[in-house]
Structure formats: C-alpha cells, structure tokens
Write a new protein. Structure first.
Length: 123
C-alpha cells in the first residue's frame, strides 16, 4: 500500500473509533439525565438493574469495537513505518503507537469508573 492509502485508512480508523463511542455516550447521557432528574429514586430494583445492565452491555460492546479498531490501527502504523521518505503527516501517524496504547488504557479506566459510579448512584 502507498503512504496515501495508509493515511486514508488511518483516517477511516479514526472515524470508526469515534463512531464506536457514540451509542455509549448517548446511552450514558440518557441514563445520567434520568438519574439527575430523580427518576431512579422511586424506580424498582428491576428498573435500576436493567439500566445498569443496559449501560454495561452497550459499554462493553463499544469497548470491544474500539479495541478492534485500535488493534487494526496499530498494524497500520507498523505498515506505515516501513515506508521510506514519509511526509510529515505520515511520520506523525507512524509515531502515534503510544497514543493508541494510552487511549486503550484510558478507555478501560473511564469505563470501569463510570460503571462503578453509576452502580453506586443507582443502588
């Protein structure tokens, strides 16, 4: 693949990573609004458990998708780094492996914190 092909693929992977987060963000926003407005104060335990499981399921599926995109992006970086005479953007992308690892770690940390925090609020 040419450098241009790899850069275009990189941009596609970035869009996929952003898109994979959208359903989790929307679900989290809706459930947060319901909690803040007090709808969970009088909700049954079943409703609270359902909300928690829904958030957990959607979050887990989102994380799995994001991990797949990150794994593919790491391979793309390896392929791009093999090219000689990269453009400035090519060099920047080829040097971003640590950014992907950092993103993966933050995704795990934030997901666990949100799940635990939401569990404490709903409980």
């Amino acid at each position: 693949m040419t450098e241009n092909d790899l850069i275009q693929l990189w941009n596609d992977k970035r869009r996929q990573l952003i898109s994979a987060q959208m359903h989790s963000v929307i679900t989290l926003a809706v459930i947060t609004v319901l909690v803040v407005m007090g709808y969970f104060d009088s909700a049954s335990n079943f409703a609270k458990l359902f909300a928690l499981l829904t958030l957990g399921t959607i979050g887990a599926l989102g994380i799995l998708t994001q991990f797949a995109v990150i794994r593919e992006s790491k391979m793309l970086i390896e392929d791009l780094a093999k090219h000689e005479d990269l453009s400035a953007i090519g060099k920047s992308i080829a040097a971003s492996r640590q950014y992907l690892v950092f993103t993966q770690v933050l995704m795990i940390a934030f997901s666990v914190a949100l799940l635990v925090g939401f569990g404490l609020v709903v409980a």
